[in-house]
Design a protein around this ligand. Structure first.
Ligand SMILES: *[C@@H]1O[C@H](CO)[C@@H](O)[C@H](O)[C@H]1NC(C)=O
Ligand SMILES: *[C@@H]1O[C@H](CO)[C@@H](O)[C@H](O)[C@H]1NC(C)=O
Length: 335
């Protein structure tokens, strides 16, 4: 009886141990790669970069890296960021084209420029100058998704207040005379919005966070989601903790949920509560939004929260610490 109680206490969610890596979704290989990087003596930035890069190379569930989420023209473009919670430096790329290792380029932006965010073809040119190899990000799979979408009259899509009627026809579109509040339900297939978000906390309490994604399926070309935006996709501050978000970035980026969660932890909220409060803030305005947040504080306590909606009642994330070898799949019930 007592033994069970002890086991229960030790295994309770959020049981703390440093170092710690947590990441969104059941992306096991990414978690393992990040953990190995720490074990091999790498720092928290290395862990986040290597973990997210693993997802980019393996395409995880198709929502990260090349060959996924083709835009309206069929091209895959990538968003990524990395943040050093020690120095508050951030490097990010958005609408990155023709380079697979988006988080690597993000880290180069942080370490080899004084900037924070580079975008589009110019980010590609920067990446090439830093030695990244330009490649076609299109695969048979992404080409197939794209051609099926074209055959299906470009449904679903993200257009509104345009002619021809975007709920029936492909573009090119022109604006209608008077924009009206949209009555179309938002495109909310949860697999069109996944992202790897990762937080690493070192033995000494250093914190880094990062993200990588290929964005939303059938997005309007040029669309950038929450992932490369500091405070939205991820945030890290070694005096408080780290957080990362996944879900409908178009909505989530308006609320800076990662920043909010870190500030709540700074104010004393435990990580699960901080995550839940960040979700609640968005829920107030968009009760049906799709999204989840992961949180970790500097003593290695962690938690997660998600918004319950049809088709999404439980969110999975990975935890790697000294108690979990290999990394452990955890889940939280959405509310
Ligand atoms: C992709 O499609 C082309 C032509 O349809 C085919 O030759 C090639 O083997 C395919 N590649 C893969 C990886 O399936
Ligand atoms: C992290 O969260 C846990 C759980 O709420 C709390 O006990 C701990 O004091 C927090 N650590 C810091 C540094 O605030």
């Amino acid at each position: 009886m007592l033994t069970w109680l002890v086991v229960l206490l030790l295994c309770a969610p959020g049981h703390a141990s440093l170092p710690l890596v947590i990441n969104t979704w059941a992306f096991r290989d990414a978690a393992a790669a990040a953990w190995r990087a720490l074990q091999a003596g790498g720092g928290v930035l290395d862990a986040v970069e290597i973990g997210c890069a693993r997802c980019e190379a393996e395409q995880c569930d198709g929502s990260v890296g090349f060959g996924g989420s083709p835009d309206e023209t069929g091209e895959t473009t990538l968003d990524a960021m990395i943040m050093n919670g020690n120095t508050m430096e951030v490097g990010a790329v958005a609408d990155l084209r023709k380079v697979k290792n988006a988080i690597g380029v993000a880290r180069a932006v942080m370490e080899r420029t004084d900037h924070t965010l580079l975008v589009g073809e110019s980010a590609t040119a920067f990446a090439e100058s830093m030695g990244f190899i330009p490649e076609d990000l299109t695969t048979n799979k992404s080409m197939n998704i794209f051609t099926q979408w074209l055959k299906g009259n470009c449904q679903p899509n993200y257009r509104k207040n345009v002619i021809p009627d975007p709920s029936k026809y492909c573009g090119p579109y022109k604006p209608t005379a008077t924009p009206e509040p949209s009555r179309r339900p938002r495109l909310t297939n949860i697999h069109s919005h996944d992202t790897i978000g990762m937080i690493a906390v070192g033995e000494d309490g250093q914190v880094a966070a990062g993200t990588s994604t290929n964005g939303a399926n059938h997005k309007v070309p040029g669309r950038v989601g929450d992932s490369p935006i500091a405070g939205a996709g991820a945030y890290a501050d070694r005096s408080a903790g780290g957080a990362a978000a996944t879900g409908d970035g178009d909505i989530m980026m308006r609320f800076l949920p990662s920043y909010l969660a870190v500030e709540l932890m700074r104010a004393g909220a435990d990580p699960s509560t901080a995550c839940a409060m960040a979700i609640s803030r968005i829920k107030r305005h968009y009760p049906q939004f799709f999204g989840a947040v992961i949180c970790a504080n500097t003593t290695g306590h962690y938690g997660a929260a998600c918004n319950k909606r049809p088709g999404f009642s439980r969110f999975h994330y990975m935890v790697s610490d000294s108690h979990t070898d290999p990394p452990l799949l955890k889940s939280v019930d959405c509310f």
